[in-house]
Design a protein around this ligand. Structure first.
Ligand code: NAP
Length: 281
């Protein structure tokens, strides 16, 4: 049998930080398991899964454009992946593919680490894949209301319908709405592409003026490390955190699934974060 192998698949994937993060954590555990990026174009999942089963691989992470397409191809889904409708971590056990989603729990762990959780009212900006993972997780973790504000309102409605607890409330993305809902929010999470290198910027950040003194701002974007949203939040004295800790924590949780045993999450997160810092974020 071939030596164990872990991978991250996607297209594009060569920019992925997963090999760096997992490499650092595997080294910290003293495990000699390679973790490699593998380009798998859209439509290439059946061929990849057949190869992965034959080799066999221990497991793999998935990024764009595969997270949702993996759902019907799994033999089993964990509760989070089923609820979110997307898979970012796959384990191959006894010839069966098991799909997990660690994005939402990774975000929750990052919020806890930053002292931004728990909060009763949350305003999530965006209704894409990441927003869905975050909003559903925070609603399940005890937020009383999670307002999901999105440019395309239909997508916010669809996201709210996926919440079994009916705690997610869809809303539009107008400055007036962000200001009104922001006034009651203890936490604002940016899960849009706005602020990410190569993407657009927020036209209007005046909603930050409406936030309460104790409200926190969490930006899923981590490239650049300091977005305009975070800079403006800090200028107003608000606690603010970028998406790097979430990236680290979702990787720690994925490694626990791959190795199928509880790990010392805090020390692995430290090892992964240190590797990111050495690599310049
Ligand atoms: P996605 O599914 O493509 O969703 C993109 C979201 O951004 C949608 O809600 C979209 O609104 C909104 N958006 C895009 N351009 C906009 C604009 N000009 N004005 C207003 N809204 C706009 O992407 P995703 O996978 O959810 O990722 C979203 C962000 O999260 C990315 O920056 C990604 O890097 C980051 N992320 C970080 C982590 C982490 O670990 N830190 C994990 C996952 C994702 P419409 O629906 O109207 O198009």
């Amino acid at each position: 049998m071939s030596a164990p192998l872990l991978q991250v698949i996607g297209d594009p994937v060569l920019h992925s930080k997963s090999p760096l993060l997992h490499g650092a954590m595997l080294a910290a555990l003293g495990l000699d398991i390679p973790y490699t990026p593998q380009v798998v174009p859209r439509g290439g999942l059946p061929g990849y899964l057949a190869w992965a089963k034959a080799r066999p691989v221990l497991g793999f992470n998935a990024t764009m454009p595969h997270k949702e397409d993996l759902i019907p191809l799994m033999d089993q889904l964990d509760e989070d992946a089923a609820r979110i409708g997307a898979v970012n971590t796959v384990c191959l056990r006894d010839g069966r593919f098991i799909g997990y989603n660690t994005d939402g729990q990774g975000c929750l762990a990052a919020l806890e680490q930053a002292g931004l959780w728990p909060r009763a009212q949350v305003m999530v900006l965006g209704a894409g894949g990441a927003a869905k993972a975050v909003a559903l997780t925070l609603a399940a973790a005890g937020a009383e209301q999670v307002f999901v504000c999105n440019r395309t309102l239909d997508r916010a409605h669809a996201l709210a319908q996926a919440d079994p607890g009916s705690r997610i409330v869809p809303a539009d993305f107008s400055p007036a709405t962000l200001e009104r809902l922001g006034a009651g929010a203890g936490l604002v999470v940016n899960a849009t592409n706005l602020g990410m290198a190569g993407c657009g910027q927020f036209d209007d950040l005046s909603f930050l003026d409406a936030l309460g003194r104790d409200a926190g701002v969490f930006d899923l974007v981590y490239h650049p490390a300091e977005t305009e949203l975070l800079a403006q939040a800090r200028r107003r004295g608000l606690p603010a955190c970028n998406g790097l800790p979430m990236l680290v924590h979702q990787a720690v949780l994925a490694l626990e699934r791959f190795l199928d045993r509880p790990l010392d999450r805090a020390s692995l997160a430290q090892a992964a974060a240190a590797a990111l810092e050495r690599a310049g974020g």
